[in-house]
Design a protein around this ligand. Structure first.
Ligand SMILES: Cc1cc2nc3c(=O)[nH]c(=O)nc-3n(C[C@H](O)[C@H](O)[C@H](O)COP(=O)(O)O)c2cc1C
Length: 224
């Protein structure tokens, strides 16, 4: 698989098969991905990998907390800007609508939407999950570096026949994650990521998210 194929076939998978992913595979992928560049080679990332019973226990603890607090705790950072403006707002809305349309869940059916959304906290059935943290002193540049690690992991997963789901939703349960994984206070929990074999029979995995035409984000200039 070349880079173009990995990029073209990476997608956010929201239904995984239970087929296990070995510790060796996870370690290989994460260590290879850590060749991602970072400004000043700071390597601002920390990764907590959860497999088997360790993954199940996080899911269990979060489910227990969700009984009382279905939407968890406010994250420690703004997942989206508080007043997302256009065209970003519409893009966000559209992908959500298109995702629920694959499962024929209408906008009014809040209960079914929440039920599906809650699968975030089961890694959408993935047998392995990653939690990414970043030291609180880090600034925008280092957050971008962390993003490059994430994408590198997602592309390498494709090479292993695996798919991924990056998940900021985990940031809504940062106290539970912190306690369970003994994450030091200086680290902020950014997101999680499910990793495993995609269930291609699940309608939600048929979603092909749109991209804006190049004219909306690309400026090329040749003349001085
Ligand atoms: C950092 C990050 C966090 C995300 N968090 C979630 C999440 O919590 N739940 C979810 O279902 N999708 C999540 N997504 C997936 C995005 O919705 C998805 O990448 C986007 O709609 C484009 O679709 P694609 O990944 O299939 O190309 C996240 C993506 C990124 C990059």
């Amino acid at each position: 698989m070349n880079v173009s194929e990995a990029l073209a076939t990476r997608k956010t998978v929201r239904a995984f098969k239970s087929d296990p992913v070995s510790r060796e595979t996870i370690e290989t992928i994460v260590v290879q991905a850590a060749r991602a560049p970072s400004g000043g080679n700071v390597q601002p990332w920390k990764v907590y990998a959860l497999i088997g019973p360790a993954r199940d226990e996080l899911v269990r603890r979060v489910a227990e907390f969700r009984n009382q607090h279905p939407m968890g705790t406010p994250p420690e950072y703004h997942i989206y800007p508080p007043d997302l403006t256009e065209p970003y707002r519409t893009r966000r809305f559209r992908v959500g609508e298109q995702m629920y349309a694959t499962m024929a869940i209408p906008r009014e059916d809040k209960a079914s939407r929440l039920k599906f959304f809650s699968k975030n906290w089961e890694f959408f059935g993935a047998p392995a999950g990653l939690i990414f943290t970043i030291d609180r002193q880090m600034q925008q540049g280092q957050w971008a570096d962390l993003g490059m690690l994430l994408q590198s992991i997602m592309l390498l997963a494709r090479e292993h026949g695996l798919h991924t789901c990056p998940q900021e939703a985990w940031a809504m349960f940062h106290p539970q994650i912190r306690e369970y994984l003994n994450v030091p206070e200086n680290e902020m929990i950014f997101c999680g990521m499910g990793i495993g074999v995609a269930d291609e029979s699940a309608p939600v995995n048929g979603l092909v998210s749109e991209r804006a035409p190049a004219g909306e984000y690309l400026t090329v200039r040749e003349t001085a």
